[in-house]
Design a protein around this ligand. Structure first.
Ligand SMILES: Nc1ncnc2c1ncn2[C@@H]1O[C@H](COP(=O)(O)OP(=O)(O)OP(=O)(O)O)[C@@H](O)[C@H]1O
Ligand SMILES: [Mg+2]
Length: 240
């Protein structure tokens, strides 16, 4: 469902962030990316859904090349989850989830929150999936970090995406909340067949929840293995 061929990204200031990435991900896989700070994890995720322009190589998503003409379709079929949740603080949980239905062409609607009954039902279903139905009308800044991330996930899944891109979704959470969030992603992966690509810093969590782990260092893939094959030798290669 995702194929990345020789992907390169050099930022305008000359920083080479990705130096020829080759990665193939099948539908329904849960893949984690591990790598030290600055290895290119965020840049890779942002390149997939067009938040970052690329400098070379190709990305194929759902059998179509990702480019200017296809990017809106790619964005419709992908959901993104962030470390800092990226919620609008003074909005209720349900309104934050509804913003997941907006794209750049209808963003003006967000000024008025003109959502249909059908869309509101979808938002409530997403909140139910993440176990937060009873908090639907709470302001998002009145919730805990773990609950806020569950709203972030509800916002990402409201469009029923084929692919969820999660950029260090548990970095701001304590171990208990981190496990809860990753089990939720695993459940979404299993129940809906949603493919998951997740940047993580914790090796133990990557091994516990993902099918496959990709090790990134200095803009290059150092290993790409089934989680059960990951050992201290692999890990030492990326954290040296
Ligand atoms: N907007 C930007 N302009 C210039 N350089 C950038 C920009 N964003 C990232 N970089 C550089 O690209 C490289 C990869 O950064 P990236 O954010 O992808 O790493 P990361 O693996 O996500 O790190 P972290 O674990 O700290 O989140 C780094 O050297 C970084 O400084
Ligand atoms: Mg990052």
């Amino acid at each position: 469902m995702l194929e990345i061929n020789d992907l390169k990204k050099t930022f305008d200031n000359g920083t080479p962030a990705l130096k020829g990435i080759n990665l193939k991900i099948n539908k329904g896989e849960f893949v984690s990316i591990l790598g030290p700070s600055g290895s290119g994890k965020t840049t890779l995720l942002r390149s997939i859904n067009g938040l970052e322009t690329t400098s070379g190589g190709e990305i194929y998503f759902d059998n179509k090349i990702v480019n200017k003409n296809t990017i809106l379709d790619v964005q419709k079929k992908t959901g993104m989850i962030f470390q800092e949740f990226n919620l609008v603080n003074n909005l209720s949980a349900i309104n934050n989830v509804l913003t997941g239905l907006l794209n750049s062409s209808n963003k003006f609607l967000s000024l008025f929150y003109l959502f249909s009954k059908n869309q509101k039902i979808k938002a409530l279903r997403s909140l139910e999936t993440v176990g937060l139905l009873e908090k639907s009308y709470s302001r998002s800044d009145e919730l805990s970090g773990g609950q806020r991330q569950r709203i972030g996930i509800a916002r990402a899944i409201i469009k029923k995406p084929l692919l969820l891109l999660a950029d260090e979704p548990v970095a701001s959470l304590d171990p208990k909340a981190a496990n809860l969030i990753l089990s939720l992603l695993k459940r979404i992966n299993q129940d809906f067949g949603t493919t998951i690509l997740c940047n993580l810093h914790q090796v133990d969590l990557a091994k516990k929840y993902s099918d496959r782990i990709v090790g990134l260092m200095d803009g290059k893939i150092i290993f790409d293995e089934n989680s059960s094959n990951i050992n201290t030798t692999n890990i030492a290669k990326i954290y040296t």
